[in-house]
Write a protein that binds this ligand. Structure first.
Ligand SMILES: Cc1cc2nc3c(=O)[nH]c(=O)nc-3n(C[C@H](O)[C@H](O)[C@H](O)COP(=O)(O)OP(=O)(O)OC[C@H]3O[C@@H](n4cnc5c(N)ncnc54)[C@H](O)[C@@H]3O)c2cc1C
Length: 385
């Protein structure tokens, strides 16, 4: 499926490249969390890896992330805090909350989860063996574990044995944990001999008879450079929330929401790496999935008894702030990365309690569904999500 009406970048024929400015076994486009992990694993496997980042350092949306890793299956933090979990139960839960599950992916994610935990700690990213029992989106301190998804919510609690899986890096505060984790990965990558080229935006892939063999980039000072990949190119350039044309194409319901919907993410989230993949014949899946979110949280103002299975990944913010200023809560979902929802602590879940109360006050009717809330909040973008 094409991303939008704009032309995709041309793939450059290797025969036309005037000269290779740099070479590496593996070129990684983008220095957020995905690129850092891929590049680090490449150097750990003995490859010479070069990360190409359009801005002046690592970061991307990962830099603003709170620092939750959705991990389970019996991690040392879960065990130390007295929670039983298994890869099978994690797999069941993730399958249940995913609209179009890819079974192999969910299986691997669940069964490798404890190994992922150990991998992160081996890079110096520590997780405190402690549990934060209160209801909030992100533990404010350094506690290592919290309920971060819909595990205890009907119907999921009946489909998989619930366990808390929101592992937060040992970093205080609700924001910045992702950047903190990234700093550790960056240190490891450089110490292992990895190389980074910053201020270089990859604009095109280069192909020879064997396949994709490099990239063309706009580097500092407006120079065009060509970088050769002896083994492969990894595209890890993040999302597309800042690309209006792609939003219009994949999420047409939100295209006309104007200022009431804001796509939260780094400025580099313009979908350019996705488009590079498409230019080489890649196809996209699940682009319509999103995660609506309020942009402020009030831990104790809890909505209860509501969960909405059709809310997805992309983040929206001001949408619902409209009617509940200063008391924002995430329009929770717990989908995908497992970090989508508020936890009530009693098997009930998300949705903005404050907004719900506001709707009640206004209409004298309790609202029951996200769509009703959206209606009451005059938030058309969320209707029918
Ligand atoms: C406020 C907030 C909090 C969040 N908290 C969490 C959380 O606690 N837990 C969680 O699991 N998820 C969280 N997320 C989601 C998570 O941050 C993202 O899913 C994740 O960071 C994406 O990582 P990435 O490496 O794919 O992309 P990014 O981190 O966006 O990295 C992509 C990088 O590629 C670069 N790039 C893009 N195009 C090019 C190009 N053409 N050439 C060169 N470089 C390019 C960008 O500049 C960027 O540095 C949060 C998101 C937000 C907005």
């Amino acid at each position: 499926m094409r991303s939008d009406n704009e032309a995709l970048p041309d793939v450059i024929d290797a025969g036309t490249v005037p000269r290779w400015d740099e070479e590496a076994d593996v070129l990684v486009v983008g220095y957020g969390m995905a690129g850092a992990c891929a590049a680090l694993e490449a150097v750990n496997a003995g490859a010479d890896a070069l990360i190409i980042e359009r801005f002046s350092g690592h970061g991307g949306t990962s830099a603003v992330a709170g620092g939750h890793f959705y991990l389970g299956g019996g991690t040392p933090v879960q065990t130390a805090c007295g929670f039983e979990d298994s890869a099978e139960e994690m797999e069941k839960f993730l399958t249940a909350i995913t609209p179009s599950p890819i079974p192999e992916k969910i299986h691997d994610y669940s069964f490798d989860s404890v190994a992922h935990f150990h991998w992160l700690e081996a890079q110096g990213i520590a997780f405190e063996r402690s549990f934060y029992p209160h209801k909030t989106m992100m533990q404010p301190g350094t506690e290592g574990l919290i309920w971060s998804g819909n595990e205890e919510v009907h119907p999921y609690r009946d489909m998989a044995r619930p366990a808390p899986r929101g592992h937060k890096v040992s970093f205080p505060g609700m924001e910045g944990g992702g950047g903190f984790a990234l700093q550790h990965l960056d240190a490891r990558f450089r110490a292992a001999g990895g190389r980074v080229m910053t201020d270089a935006r990859v604009d095109a892939l280069v192909r020879d008879e064997g396949g994709i063999c490099g990239v063309g980039a706009s580097a500092a000072g407006g120079r065009t450079v060509h970088l050769r990949a002896r083994r492969g190119v990894v595209l890890a350039g993040g999302g597309f929330g800042q690309n209006r044309a792609m939003v219009r194409h994949f999420l047409p319901k939100f295209a006309d929401a104007g200022e009431r919907v804001e796509f939260i993410g780094a400025p580099g989230e313009d979908g350019s790496a996705i488009r590079l993949g498409q230019s080489a014949g890649g196809r996209t899946v699940h682009m319509e999935e999103l995660r609506p979110q309020r942009d402020r949280y009030h831990p104790s103002a809890g909505g209860t008894g509501l969960s909405h299975p059709r809310q997805r990944h992309l983040r929206l913010s001001r949408a619902c702030e409209v009617d509940a200023p200063g008391t924002g809560r995430r329009l929770g979902d717990g989908r995908g990365d497992g970090d989508g929802a508020q936890h009530s602590g009693r098997g009930t879940r998300p949705h903005p309690g404050a907004l719900q109360r506001r709707c009640r006050t206004r209409d004298r009717q309790p609202v029951r569904q996200a769509s009703q809330m959206a209606e009451a909040a005059q938030c058309p973008a969320l209707r029918g999500v």
